[in-house]
Design a protein around this ligand. Structure first.
Ligand code: GDP
Length: 287
């Protein structure tokens, strides 16, 4: 392939990535990698250089998001989801800490995850968002609707103490999975990060998941970088994918942190959670 033969495809792919709200630096890094590898490569019979470049870009996106690009695109969504979550035992429960900005969908995601896991696991929800009093009530209502117990100590207790007490209760009563709903803020601030770091030290969670609103767009990159450097993420849940978003935030999260998107939220109801399928997302992003 020559530079000239892929120029139009290059521009088209860049536009698609930016339209999908992939962070501009992440998009350019991706494109540069695929461009460098494509130049000088033989163009396969029956396709144009442009088509081959777009397919190479699709494969790159898929690889990056944890998919298997050896499965031909035309075979449809045959890739396996990347949704694995650390499991625990009653003696040593797995702790899943959910973090993110206010309104990203943390509390909703806590309920969704609990429902998703409850067939295989004994799940305890822990309400550690003490700043938004409605959050505790919201989690209790969610827990009741799906038949999962919610542990709370109200709003006058340090969240670290709530988490410790929740984990102790899980051990005492044979819960193997503890999902912790934490407080969010409108913006990233040091108080929030300090609190999350303290909670993380106390809980030693097996999973620390960033809850990202898919509509966050370009800012998903800086958001991910800030949370990952402060508390070390193991993955993310992309919420509100039922909206208009084309899902560029998924690429940004992965591009910045290297951590997988594990689930996708597709609505307001507790059943609206799907494992993340890299191939579906790659197709949605490239349009
Ligand atoms: P938190 O502040 O991060 O705990 O956010 P909430 O869980 O309270 O969610 C904020 C709003 O987003 C609520 O109105 C939720 O119903 C809504 N929400 C959460 N997840 C989704 C989703 O996947 N799709 C849609 N359409 N709405 C969602």
């Amino acid at each position: 392939m020559s530079e000239a033969s892929i120029q139009p495809a290059l521009r088209e792919v860049r536009r698609a990535l930016l339209d999908a709200d992939v962070n501009v630096d992440v998009a350019d890094t991706l494109i540069e990698g695929v461009r460098a590898r494509s130049l000088g490569q033989e163009v396969l019979e029956g396709v144009t250089a442009e088509q081959q470049f777009v397919k190479a870009m699709y494969d790159e996106l898929l690889d990056m998001m944890g998919g298997d690009s050896s499965v031909p695109m035309s075979d449809g969504p045959s890739n396996v989801p990347v949704a694995t979550l650390a499991s625990g035992t009653a003696a040593d429960p797995a702790v899943i800490l959910l973090a993110g900005l206010q309104g990203a969908g943390k509390t909703t995601a806590a309920g969704k995850l609990a429902l998703f896991l409850k067939e295989q696991r004994k799940v305890l929800l822990v309400a550690a968002d003490i700043y938004r009093p409605a959050a505790i009530k919201q989690l209790q209502v969610l827990g009741e609707s799906i038949g999962v117990e919610v542990f709370t100590k109200g709003t006058d207790v340090d969240p670290v103490e709530i988490v410790n007490a929740g984990i102790q209760k899980a051990r005492d009563e044979g819960y193997d999975t503890v999902i912790v709903d934490t407080a969010g803020r409108q913006v990233i601030d040091t108080d929030l990060m300090d609190e999350l770091q303290r909670m993380k030290r106390a809980a030693s969670p097996q999973e620390t998941l960033l809850i990202v609103d898919a509509m966050t767009g370009q800012e998903a990159a800086s958001l991910t970088a800030a949370f990952d450097s402060a508390i070390g993420l193991t993955g993310a849940i992309l919420t509100k994918m039922d909206g208009d978003s084309r899902g560029g935030a998924a690429v940004s999260v992965r591009g910045v942190s290297g951590k997988p998107i594990k689930f996708v939220g597709t609505g307001e109801k507790t059943a609206d959670l799907e494992p993340f399928y890299p191939d579906r997302m790659a197709s949605r992003i490239l349009g």
